[in-house]
Design a protein around this ligand. Structure first.
Ligand SMILES: [Zn+2]
Length: 546
């Protein structure tokens, strides 16, 4: 800015006068202009610490995660020592412990020791997450998973529902959240249809994405070609293939590292910085099935995505990277009943060599099975079960659950132990890198607050701005209101005062304002949420009320 001669002498005089009363001078230090903050949050779902150790031995060299190991995380939920993925994601994204199957809403029951009780009126209340906070900061946002994108963990970072199975609501909220880059599975939940997760509310969300100028891509090649800043990648009707199987079963799908790389290179163009969430979802599925090969396959593909994030953060210098599992799963151990008396002299190869024989995960191998099971020996070999003994072959031929028998057989050959087909309650490894790195033993909820602080906002304040109980707020402004459930798949909040009628559709970012004969649809960067009891809207929506 060029200041004129007359002004400069005046400025000088006042500057001298001012200095005597020592008011802080604005420090304009060009060199120090802080780059915008970025956060990359990566979750490998259901990956026990032992599974990480086993994956490193299988890889035969150190993991990208090893370099950034910084602490441990407590994962219990508000009503369970062992958490479900939905409350775990809610804790990691909103900073609140919650209940089984709850996504982005407060708990109704708190019985885990050390937690504050919750007020009755706060039960099921939607609370803001770090992705929404980043968006309110003007940052670009991204969401990636190898499961359907509506699954519990990505939903925890993008939606608010009482039950993780509400795919219709989760999908709709995700579409109206205006997230810049969304990559994963779950195409079937974007349109009506006959499959399990097809929409029941008659909405065609793919058309909505087109109206919102998303570049919709369905293959790896289309993803690479996209030059858009708004990309919606739906690469499968529901989940993507395991990393090890992809080349054989679904070669048109991108890897997790490729999706992460593309998202970073797209989002980094935003001058306000970005928030990116990445999930390696299917480690959890393999762990539930006690499929050692699937666990290793997708922990290593997750680790490759972590490398993409850390490499970027090293260059950028103002990016926080967090990598963590949301909970343990399966009780996997290196060592089992076979090694009870031999563990002290059983070499690494005795665990790894049998696993290296597998060319596919159990899901991949079974996908190759002929209806008449005539190729059962080849399928077993695909899963690493070669040279079957007569007993083993007889067992596989007679069993009703071939997959279960095969995973048990390979785990036995590889001296791998399992205690359960469910989640487990141990503290898990924490990996973090960059400014404000997190160290030591923390609660899963602490990670959310740390990310928010680094991006410059407070999650609790944000919840008060984004999710206000509508009935009370409208009543205080003299409106009468009701929740219209005539179309149960599309609830609406309708408020009236004199000649004004306001209609708020569920899950969308719009509000219809009618006065006399005029009608106007207002669009916001916040979504309307209905939790079965009340609607919740943002302060921005309430600004419409006169
Ligand atoms: Zn999980």
């Amino acid at each position: 800015m060029k200041v004129s001669k007359k002004w400069s002498s005046l400025f000088l005089a006042s500057a001298i006068a001012l200095s005597s009363i020592s008011i802080a001078q604005p420090q304009v230090q060009a060199a120090e202009v802080k780059k915008p903050t970025n956060v990359i949050m990566l979750v490998m779902d259901g990956s026990s610490n032992n599974a990480v150790t086993l994956s490193r031995w299988y890889k035969g060299q150190s993991l990208a995660m090893d370099e950034i190991l910084s602490g441990a995380v407590r994962t219990y939920s508000a009503d369970s020592a062992i958490t479900d993925s939905a409350p775990a994601a809610t804790a990691l994204a909103t900073g609140h412990k919650s209940n089984d199957k709850f996504v982005g809403v407060l708990p109704a029951v708190i019985n885990s020791p050390g937690l504050e009780p919750i007020a009755k009126e706060d039960a099921y209340r939607p609370v803001a997450n770090v992705l929404e906070g980043a968006k309110q900061q003007g940052k670009a946002t991204g969401l990636i998973s190898t499961s359907e994108i509506q699954h519990a963990t990505p939903a925890g970072f993008s939606a608010h529902v009482k039950n993780r199975s509400q795919y219709d609501d989760i999908a709709e909220q995700q579409v109206y959240q205006n997230i810049d880059v969304v990559l994963g599975g779950g195409l079937e939940s974007l349109a009506p249809g006959t499959t399990k997760n097809a929409r029941k509310d008659g909405e065609h969300l793919v058309d909505v994405l087109k109206e919102k100028n998303y570049d919709i891509v369905k293959t790896r090649d289309e993803l690479f070609k996209s030059k858009s800043s708004k990309i919606w990648g739906s690469f499968a009707p529901s989940d993507l293939a395991y990393d090890l199987d992809r080349a054989t079963t679904r070669a048109s799908e991108p890897t997790l590292a490729e999706m992460t790389n593309k998202a970073i290179n797209t989002l980094k163009k935003d001058e306000d910085g970005f928030f990116l969430f990445v999930e390696g979802s299917k480690v959890d599925w393999a762990a539930h099935a006690n499929d050692t090969v699937g666990i290793i396959s997708d922990i290593l593909s997750f680790d490759a995505a972590v490398k993409e994030a850390v490499d970027f953060a090293k260059k950028d210098g103002n990016t926080m990277v967090i990598a963590v599992t949301d909970h343990g799963n399966s009780g996997i151990t290196m060592g089992n009943v076979n090694t009870t008396s031999t563990y002290s002299y059983t070499p690494v190869s005795a665990y790894i060599d049998p696993l290296k024989k597998a060319k596919m995960t159990i899901e991949g191998a079974l996908s190759q099975l002929k209806e008449d099971k005539s190729n059962i020996v080849e399928v077993a070999a695909l899963y690493g079960l070669d040279n079957l003994s007569e007993n083993e072959l007889a067992t596989l031929k007679s069993t009703k659950d071939l997959g279960k028998e095969m995973v048990k057989m390979l785990a036995n050959r590889a001296n791998i132990g399992y205690t359960t087909g469910g989640h487990t309650g141990e503290d898990v490894f924490l990996y973090s890198f960059g400014p404000s790195k997190i160290t030591g033993l923390v609660e899963n909820t602490d990670l959310a607050h740390t990310m928010a602080k680094f991006m410059g906002f407070d999650l609790n304040k944000l919840s008060d701005d984004l999710y206000i109980p509508a009935t009370k707020a409208f009543t205080e402004k003299g409106y009468t209101s009701k929740i219209d459930l005539s179309d149960k798949e599309n609830p609406k909040f309708i408020a009236q005062k004199k000649n004004v009628t306001i209609t708020i559709p569920v899950n969308k970012n719009t509000v219809l304002y009618e006065q006399d004969k005029t009608a106007k649809t207002h669009t916001f960067d916040t979504i309307n949420v209905y939790n079965g009891t009340d609607f919740y809207v943002s302060k921005k929506v309430l600004k419409l009320l006169k």
